[in-house]
Design a binder for this molecule. Structure first.
Ligand code: HEC
Ligand code: HEC
Ligand code: HEC
Ligand code: HEC
Ligand code: HEC
Length: 399
């Protein structure tokens, strides 16, 4: 009994204690998605429209503004912040940590030519989460503590070995290896990063893994596409033709895509006494909204008498984040958050509001915003998309 316990403990210490493995350095043959175009063009095109492709300081205004804000408030060098966020946003980075030595060097402007600066400037990062992130993963270490995510949770294949969903794939350009986390267990791959996103003080503000309720649908069914007949590679390998396969599209569509929102929730409204009870029903296997902090649902209620508007009201379902002095801040620097008001997976939430006197009906519209008012103001976000309302559903409730 004692022996088993002891060896388990030893194993655990060994695997928790090991330093994260930096990704092997890429070469010209396997550099970025352009190295894959000649045989996987449709996939490269689909992926390039996704926010995985925009996961980089230079490509996503919100990400950039958040990194700059962390730098200002913590007085860390910007490259130290970039390395910290790279754990999930730019996993091909060649360094995994910056110590106090680097921070001192940076303050004294002695960091030019340092390993950290070279790693951050590498153009292999500019594509964010690209083919050579997901398909170069050898193992996903599922048993690690929940805060170990991104590059801390995986080990890498040698450059030039592509892991994928097929046991019989054969490519003249690269080696191939079957891994179950591309097929029946692909959520294991997604949860490398889509879980336990936490602030500097350990407040977890996004956790799709924790919210998830098992269903028959896979993440890939909704976020890539259902499986359909096509080709994995356009290279003619079978008697002058490309091999036919059941494949998915690499869209990774999510919160930024308007069509993902339409019908994502349904709305039931009814009058009870002088209250209007509104129930939002979520049939998806994770909360809506899931993911990044400061996302927002809006319920707009317009009370009417005939066609005349009597009164209107807006309910905001979002979370606000505060620092140790109780001031507004971004999720990454938060010590505290207000209550999570998202609609739980495979479940529903009901809100009750007063019905004003003398009204005949209420037109209720539910919509979504990527970033709530406070954070848009705090970060001075300029692009229109962060504050735009995306339509989810609407109902006209007669009293
Ligand atoms: C010269 C053509 C060619 C190039 C360039 C190429 N591949 Fe492939 N790849 C193939 C062929 C052929 C297959 C096998 C297709 C099949 O069996 O249906 C394949 C299969 C794959 C698979 C599936 C592996 C499996 O075991 O399921 C992945 C993943 C993949 N390639 C990724 C990449 C990435 C990433 C790049 C760019 C770094 C790339 N490929 C560049 C030809 C190529
Ligand atoms: C976020 C992770 C991720 C990224 C980034 C990614 N893939 Fe995939 N890829 C997957 C998953 C998951 C599957 C398995 C889908 C399935 O069939 O269930 C897959 C499947 C494939 C396949 C086999 C064909 C298929 O549809 O099943 C090829 C080839 C491939 N990917 C190439 C690429 C190339 C080229 C890129 C870069 C443009 C890329 N992938 C980027 C996750 C990723
Ligand atoms: C290496 C880490 C990593 C892995 C693995 C990963 N993701 Fe992501 N994903 C991210 C990051 C980081 C973003 C946000 C990028 C940004 O907005 O700048 C993101 C964004 C998304 C989005 C939001 C897109 C939008 O428009 O709002 C979806 C959906 C998504 N990922 C689905 C998946 C699925 C499905 C898988 C598994 C097949 C997966 N991801 C695997 C890190 C990852
Ligand atoms: C039945 C379809 C369905 C399945 C299955 C599903 N999702 Fe989603 N997901 C949605 C819808 C609809 C949205 C858009 C609403 C939103 O962003 O909350 C979404 C949004 C997202 C986002 C964007 C969040 C943001 O704020 O940027 C991520 C990340 C995500 N899903 C990850 C996953 C992962 C990981 C899995 C598997 C464990 C998964 N989803 C399974 C329907 C689905
Ligand atoms: C544990 C992995 C992880 C780490 C570390 C991480 N992120 Fe993210 N981040 C994600 C994932 C996954 C998403 C995808 C969307 C979602 O779930 O809403 C995301 C999304 C975002 C978004 C929303 C982007 C958009 O287009 O809407 C911002 C902003 C962001 N992260 C900032 C940061 C900053 C700043 C850091 C470093 C201080 C950081 N992240 C570190 C996983 C991580």
């Amino acid at each position: 009994m004692f022996k088993i316990g002891f060896s388990l403990l030893l194993l655990a210490t060994l695997s928790y204690g090991s330093a994260p493995e930096a990704a092997p350095e890429l070469n010209q043959k396997y550099h970025d998605s352009s190295s894959c175009k000649s045989c996987h063009m449709p996939i490269v095109k689909q992926w390039s429209t996704s926010y995985h492709a925009k996961s980089h300081y230079g490509s996503d205004e919100y990400l950039r503004a958040s990194m700059d804000y962390v730098k200002r408030k913590t007085r860390k060098p910007i490259n130290a912040v970039k390395v910290q966020c790279a754990v999930c946003h730019n996993p091909r980075i060649a360094v995994t940590e910056t110590g106090i030595d680097y921070q001192i060097a940076a303050v004294m402007k002695l960091d030019k030519g340092s390993e950290v600066n070279k790693a951050v400037a590498s153009d292999a990062l500019a594509e964010g989460i690209n083919c050579l992130v997901c398909h170069n993963i050898d193992k996903v270490h599922d048993g690690l503590p929940p805060e170990k995510r991104g590059i801390h949770r995986i080990s890498w294949n040698p450059v030039g070995v592509m892991s994928g969903p097929f046991e019989d794939a054969n490519s003249p350009y690269h080696k191939t290896q079957y891994r179950d986390f591309f097929g029946k267990d692909s959520k294991k791959l997604c949860f490398v990063c889509h879980a336990n996103d936490r602030s500097e003080t350990g407040l977890v503000f996004a956790n799709t893994k924790d919210e998830y309720k098992e269903t028959t649908k896979q993440c890939a069914d909704c976020h890539m596409s259902p499986k359909r007949e096509g080709v994995a590679s356009t290279l003619a390998t079978e008697n002058g033709k490309a091999k036919k396969r059941m494949v998915r599209e690499h869209r990774f569509a999510g919160a930024h895509t308007t069509s993902m929102w339409e019908g994502a929730l349904s709305l039931v409204g009814k009058k009870e006494g002088n209250k209007l009870k509104l129930t939002l029903v979520n049939e998806n296997p994770h909360n809506i909204p899931t993911g990044f902090g400061a996302r927002e649902l809006l319920i707009d209620i317009v009370y009417q008498s005939g066609s005349a508007v009597v009164e209107s009201k807006q309910i905001s379902l979002t979370q606000h984040y505060t620092d140790k002095r109780g001031k507004d801040t971004i999720p990454h620097l938060a010590v505290e958050a207000t209550k999570n008001l998202s609609i739980p997976a495979n479940s529903e939430r009901t809100f009750a509001v007063d019905i004003p006197k003398g009204v005949g009906n209420a037109v209720v519209t539910v919509s979504y915003r990527l970033v709530n008012d406070r954070i848009r103001k705090l970060l001075k976000l300029k692009e229109k998309q962060w504050g735009e309302k995306k339509f989810i559903t609407k109902a006209n409730i007669r009293f």
